[in-house]
Design a protein around this ligand. Structure first.
Ligand SMILES: *Cc1c(COP(=O)(O)O)cnc(C)c1O
Length: 347
């Protein structure tokens, strides 16, 4: 006997990256956080929060943050939905659009949470493998024709960007919703933002967790036409974003200059780390994100992961077919990257 729904009994829990308690001395390169602090403007906004903001319920649609996003992206604010992290928005899309038994489709490997969220909804999972070169398996995705199709671009853990031409063909052929998860767009050379104007079934999802150094705040947003958003608003919690997140997030996203300066440092480090790892014999995939997918020369990915962990350096190892010979390494500060390289050389 169980108290749970059949699909909940059957599903495995999502396994997040290790999040050690505050104060633990680790070099944390396992969750694709930004190694630099949040914008000084955001920290100042935090200092200025008074009790009145906490006493009252927050704005149900994150008004102040929505305004800021609208200003920065040049998109009307009624085209924007705000979420408690972009993870919540992914969940909202599935809850609003997929019947139990409906199809959720995505290319693999990708963000593991898509599977967990699908299982929660008792929807059908259709995973379509990426070929070796990570070109989009367009025909198979179109044929699967999900109620929701997820494309992460840049993708995790591969770091590749899906070309807009492919995304257009997909949006055009699908009868369901196309979610383009741009969690890492701040580190990429292109965005699919234009597609939301061209297709009524496309939603772009972004986050402040990576580019803006605010993973602890839990703030993400989606961009789509108001008609598509209207269904999503029906299933969200009334007060899904707290007042503090809204205020800090608005200050952070307005401060584009600061974000861009951090991103520039990370991109430079990404190039440097790519070269350095290649010199050590690693295969390194081209990345448009703030992490690298690498394959160690001696095919000992799990061993390296464990040895680094013993030295308080956390990176990500995925024990799953196609990835169990590879590692995903978040780009850290120059000094962190150097420490990692020294440790790898010694191992
Ligand atoms: C990190 C990540 C997210 C989640 O971001 P939050 O806003 O912190 O919930 C979503 N999608 C992908 C692909 C990610 O890597």
């Amino acid at each position: 006997m169980s108290y749970f729904r059949t699909n909940v009994d059957a599903m495995a829990s999502y396994v997040p990256g290790e999040q050690p308690p505050r104060g633990t001395q680790v070099i944390k390169l396992n969750s694709n956080e930004n190694p630099y602090p949040p914008s000084p403007a955001a920290l100042a906004a935090l200092q200025n929060i008074d009790g009145e903001w906490l006493r009252r319920y927050p704005e149900p649609y994150g008004g102040q943050f929505r305004q800021a996003v609208s200003q920065v992206l040049g998109v009307p604010s009624d085209w924007i939905i705000v979420g408690n992290g972009s993870d919540e928005l992914l969940s909202i899309v599935i809850r609003a659009c997929a019947e139990p038994g409906g199809k959720i489709v995505y290319p693999m490997p990708t963000y593991v949470l898509y599977r967990t969220l699908t299982e929660m909804q008792a929807a059908e999972i259709i995973e379509i493998p990426y070929p070796e070169d990570y070109s989009l398996p367009l025909q198979a995705l179109i044929e699967a024709d999900g109620a929701v199709t997820f494309i992460a671009s840049p993708n995790s853990p591969s770091g590749h960007v899906v070309p807009n031409d492919d995304l257009r063909k997909l949006a055009n052929q699908l009868t369901g919703v196309l979610v383009i998860d741009e969690a890492y767009v701040d580190f990429a050379d292109e965005t699919a933002l234009d597609l939301v104007q061209e297709y009524d079934n496309v939603i772009i999802i972004r986050t402040l967790s990576k580019g803006y150094s605010l993973a602890g705040l839990r703030l993400g947003f989606g961009i789509a036409n108001p008609q598509l958003l209207s269904g999503l608003f029906k299933v969200k919690d009334s007060y899904n974003i707290d007042a503090i997140a809204c205020i800090i997030g608005a200050s952070a996203i307005i401060d584009q200059a600061y974000k861009n300066s951090c991103v520039a440092k990370i991109k430079a480090s990404r190039n440097q780390l790519t070269q350095d790892l290649k010199k050590l014999g690693f295969r390194v995939w081209d990345s448009q994100a703030n992490f690298l997918l690498v394959q160690p020369p001696q095919n000992n990915a799990e061993y390296l992961y464990q040895q680094l962990k013993a030295q308080q350096i956390l990176i990500r190892y995925f024990k799953q077919p196609g990835l169990d010979d590879k590692l995903r390494i978040t780009i850290g500060t120059e000094q962190q990257n150097q420490t990692l390289l020294t440790a790898l050389t010694n191992i």
